[in-house]
Design a protein around this ligand. Sequence first.
Ligand SMILES: [Zn+2]
Length: 66
Amino acid sequence: MLMCKEATRLMSLKLDRKLTFQERISLRLHLSMCHACRECDRQFTLLHEAKHQLGLELPSEEDDRP
Ligand SMILES: [Zn+2]
């Protein structure tokens, strides 16, 4: 079981590169049990999307755009 600190590191890491299978599983397992880190992961994702909006093109994951 990951520590929250380690889980947070993986969350930030996964924005820069693809996580390994092992890392993904560990993170997912932790998120399924830790509400605080789930919330944190959501924030990381939002932040990442904001970064995309500032510079790079957005991945078309959401259909609610004009
Ligand atoms: Zn946690």
